[in-house]
Design a protein around this ligand. Sequence first.
Ligand SMILES: Nc1nc2c(ncn2[C@@H]2O[C@H](COP(=O)(O)OP(=O)(O)OP(=O)(O)O)[C@@H](O)[C@H]2O)c(=O)[nH]1
Ligand SMILES: [Mg+2]
Length: 459
Amino acid sequence: MLTDTIVAVATAIGQSSVGIVRISGPKAFQIAEEIFRSPKNIAFNQFKANTINFGYIVDGDKVIDEVLLSIFKAPKSYTGEDVIEVNCHGGSIPIKKTMELILKKGARLAEPGEFTKRAFLNGRIDLSQAEAIMDLISAKTDLSLNVATSHVLGKLSAKVQEINEIIISALAYIEATIDYPDEVFEEGDTLKIKESLLEGVEKLEKLLTTSKAGKILREGIKTTIVGKPNVGKSSLLNRLLNSQRAIVTDIPGTTRDILEEQISIRGIPMILVDTAGIRETEDVVEKIGVERSKKAIEESDLILFVLDGSRSWDIYDQQILELLQGKNVIVLLNKRDLEQVLTKEEVQNITGYQEVIEISVNEDINLDKLEEGIIKTYELKDLISRSDEVLISNIRHEKSLQDAKINLEDAIKNIENGLPLDIIAIDLRDAWENLGKVTGQTLNKGIIDEIFSRFCLGK
Ligand SMILES: Nc1nc2c(ncn2[C@@H]2O[C@H](COP(=O)(O)OP(=O)(O)OP(=O)(O)O)[C@@H](O)[C@H]2O)c(=O)[nH]1
Ligand SMILES: [Mg+2]
C-alpha cells in the first residue's frame, strides 16, 4: 500500500554528530508541520520545496532537539513522494524521541528497503538501479564502487534497453504479419529479423562475459589460508591486514577457529580466512577447528597453501594437498629467511602446482609476488582497468540475461527451420520477459518484495 506514510532512521545508530530521520508519504508535510517550529515561528506552508530549514522538533511546548529540516516535494524526491528529512543530533535519545513523536503523529515504521522500493514503484529508478544502490552502500573497494555507481547511473538499464528494442521491433514486425495474413513474410524480411536477433545475442554474450569479473568485484574472492600447524598462516593474515588480528605463537595448534577478514589487493576485494592448522589431533577443540578448516576449503574460491621451507615435506602437507583437488591454489613456501630444507622445485614436483612463491612473512620477502600471483591466477589485470564499464555483478541479472539469450537463439533456430511466426513470437515474448526481470518490469510482486527485504533499514 503506497497511501501510508513511512518513517525510519537513515543513519547508523550510535553516537555521531548527526542522525537522520526520513519520512515519506502523503502525510509527511502535515507531520512536519505539527512537530517542527522555526525560530521566527514561520508557518510551515511558507517554506519552499528543496530547502533546508533550521528549527526545533517540538512535542507541544517541549523542545526535543535542534535540527535542520529538508523538504522534498513529490515527485522530485528520492521516493517520488513528499519527503522530509530531519537532521537531528546523532545521539540515540534525540533520534528515538523524534521517531516516537513522528510515529505518534500517524507515520508507520518503514520496512527494510521500503524507501527505495517506493522509488522503484513510482518509476524513479528501475530494479537494477535499486539493487545497485545497496551494492554501493556495501561496496568493499574503490573498484567495487565503480561497478555499483555505473549501475546506479543506469548504464546497465541502457544496455538492456538496447537489446529490448531489437526484440520489440522484431516482435512488432512479426505480429503485424500475423495480424494481416495478406502480407507475406518475405525472405528478405526473415533475413533482416534474423540478423537483428543475432545482434541481440551478440550483445547479450558480451554482457555475460563480464559476469565473472563483476561477481568478484561485488562479492570479493573468498581466499582461505591453509597449511599444517605453525607454518605461518596467521602471521600471513596479519601481514596482509597490516594488523595483529590473529594470535601468533611458536606453539603448533595456536589457531583454533576460523577467522575472517576483508582486505583489498589493488582494488580487488578479498575475504581472507585464516584456519586452524590441519593435523590429526585428540584435542577436542582443535579437532572442531580442523573440521571447520576443511569446510572453509570447500567454500573458498582461492586457496593459499602455506608450507614451511625450514621443514621437510611430511604426511600432514600431503593430507592437506589431497583436500585441495579441483581448487585454485597458490602455494607459498614460507620462512625463506631460515635455512631451507624444502626447495621450490621439490614442491613443484610433489604438488604438481607450478605457482609456488618463496616468501618470508616475518622478513617481508616476496609478498608483492603473492599479490601478482593472485592477480595472475584470476586474470584480474584486465579487470582493474575495466571496472568503469558495465559489468554484470548480480547472479539474478546473469540468470535472466542467460535465459533471454537462449530464447533469442531458439527464435533464430525456429526462423531457420521455417517454423510458423506464432512460435517465433512466443520465443521473442519470453526473451522480452526475461530481460524485463533485470529492470523489474516483468517481475511479480512477491519476488520484488523479497529483493527489497534484503535492503537495510532506512534506505
Ligand atoms: N623465521 C620465520 N618465522 C616465521 C615466519 N612466519 C611465521 N613465523 C613464525 O612461525 C610461528 C608460527 O606462526 P603462526 O602464524 O602462528 O603459524 P600458524 O600457521 O598460524 O600456526 P597454527 O595456528 O598453529 O596452525 C611463529 O613463531 C611465527 O613468528 C617467517 O617468515 N620466518
Ligand atoms: Mg594460526
